[in-house]
Design a protein around this ligand. Structure first.
Ligand code: GAP
Length: 483
């Protein structure tokens, strides 16, 4: 299946490796014309969930930021993986991954000394050439750059997460949000990590797309009035002690497995969002980070994971209680107060962060929506995710039919419906091409159209066909077809 997904992905312009004509660099992918539409649809769904439903704001900040930002946040010191290299062939390895694979046990979070001890005890060698492995060292994942010329040149870094750039403007956002908590802020944009071994296509990239929401809250109220709407939802949980269970969110909070009702609420929202995107929810579970693996800034972190047939467990979103760690850190280094005054109490807000990976979500949508049947391979995308809503075909390229088809196509364009026009090959081939990229409706203009002004609308999944009047087409696409 993976080969077929990859084949459609490259051939039809969903994603493909960047810089291909120069041999490419691992960890960089382009979104082609079809993939870009899908990515945009994912981002718009995220906006609807958080900006419309939750009433959060959206911002956009630079991707390059001065060194101070990353010194304060702790990324300069802590945002690193432990790595080793083969002394003979030079192959680089992330030490914990290499050792974990070798001994069949998770060792993420162990220090250099402990990992070196295991490496020596287990006589672990380079998997490629069998050579001896070098000492383990800490490797910072941020890309370094410079701003400005000559003596004024300043070190800067490409952001490894969008979150910090949102925190920097907290004071302004507090004013703009009329000094109320919770204050939710979404940022969608690129992040960069110089991963040691980018792999698995768009699952582990060096330049990737995040949608991160920072919910600034009163530390005494990590709660929401909406919890009742999700409390009975049953979830599959893997807790930090590796215990697996099925339970309601209410029970998970009551049993103090999930630390706050606010985190539980947002875990449910994330599950619903993935379902709306077309991700197979039977393959999703919630996983709590162990004490060793939890990021340096967090007191409780949960991932929603997708169990991929191809790549195993894929982390799609991380929801963390970052406390006041980041705001405090920026207050300390910048001298700018991050305190708020709420009903006479002065405090630095805490942050519940919801950090989505867009590229990974897109991959999991592809894997979940992939179908093969008698017509071949195609994607059963939800209409909201499909790159194009309709494909327009003239049955033949003569007798005034192409002109009529172009007129129909123009109507769809004027109604701002993303559509395709395809005039080449048999109708069967054109249906197959439209289905392959998940187009929900195919519209054929034929001789009857010239007589009675109707077109054939064929629905992708059921393949049912219906005659619809041209004048009613746009409304039918929008209303009757659950568009
Ligand atoms: N601000 C918190 C943060 O960045 P994270 O768990 O490191 O948390 C959030 O990243 C999400 O970003 C992940 O759940 C994942 O979906 C995505 N992500 C992280 N690293 C990635 C990479 N190298 N390539 C693609 N997506 C990545």
């Amino acid at each position: 299946m993976q080969d077929k997904i990859l084949d459609i992905s490259r051939r039809r312009g969903i994603t493909y490796p960047s810089f291909e004509i120069y041999g490419g660099i691992a960890g960089f992918y382009d979104y082609g014309p079809v993939g870009k539409r899908i990515k945009e649809n994912i981002e718009n769904l995220i906006r609807e969930f958080y900006v419309i439903d939750e009433g959060f704001m959206e911002v956009e900040c630079p991707i390059l930021s001065p060194e101070d930002v990353w010194a304060a946040s702790g990324h300069l010191e802590n945002f690193a993986d432990l790595m080793t290299e083969c002394k003979k062939c030079g192959a680089p390895y992330r030490a914990d991954h290499l050792i974990g694979r070798h001994i069949g046990k998770e060792v993420e979070g162990l220090g250099i000394k402990e990992l070196e001890e295991i490496m020596e005890r287990e006589k672990i060698r380079c998997p490629k050439c069998g050579g001896e492995l070098d000492r383990i060292y800490s490797y910072n994942l941020m890309f370094e750059s410079f701003v400005g010329p000559g003596r004024d040149k300043k070190t800067a870094y490409l952001r490894p997460e969008t979150a910090q750039t949102t925190y920097l403007a907290f004071r302004r956002l507090w004013e703009i949000g009329r000094k109320r908590l919770p204050l939710g802020v979404l940022q969608i944009g690129r992040s960069f990590r110089n991963e040691i071994s980018p792999r698995q296509g768009i699952i582990r990239l060096r330049e990737f797309n995040q949608a991160e929401i920072q919910v600034f809250v009163d530390p005494e109220r990590k709660d929401t009035n909406e919890f009742g709407t999700v409390s009975k939802t049953k979830v599959r949980i893997l807790d930090k002690n590796d215990r697996e269970s099925n339970m309601s969110l209410a029970d998970a909070v009551e049993g103090e497995i999930i630390k706050s009702r606010l985190i539980a609420y947002h875990l449910e929202r994330a599950l619903r969002l993935f379902e709306t995107m077309g991700i197979n929810t039977r393959k999703l579970n919630l996983r709590q980070h162990t004490d060793e693996e939890r990021a340096f800034y967090s007191t409780d972190t949960w991932d929603v994971e997708f169990r991929s047939g191809e790549f195993g467990r894929v982390e799609l979103v991380g929801i963390s209680d970052r406390t006041s760690y980041d705001l405090k850190a920026h207050q300390n280094l910048s001298g700018e107060s991050m305190e708020v005054n709420l009903e006479g109490r002065r405090f630095i807000p805490h942050v519940i962060e919801i950090a989505y990976g867009i590229d990974r979500s897109l991959y999991c949508i592809l894997e979940s929506c992939y179908v093969e049947d008698d017509r071949g391979a195609y994607f059963k995308f939800p209409k909201r995710i499909a790159p194009y809503q309709a494909a327009v075909f003239p049955l033949v390229n003569k007798d005034g039919i192409p002109e009529k088809a172009e007129e129909v196509f123009k109507r769809l364009k004027q109604a701002r419906i993303f559509s395709l026009y395809d005039r080449s090959g048999t109708i069967g081939r054109r249906y197959a091409r439209a289905d392959e990229i998940g187009t929900p409706f195919s519209i054929t203009i034929d001789y009857d159209t010239l007589n009675d002004g109707t077109v054939t609308v064929r629905e992708r999944d059921s393949r049912k066909q219906e005659r619809v009047k041209i004048g009613e087409l746009v409304n039918r696409l929008f209303l009757n077809f659950n568009f």
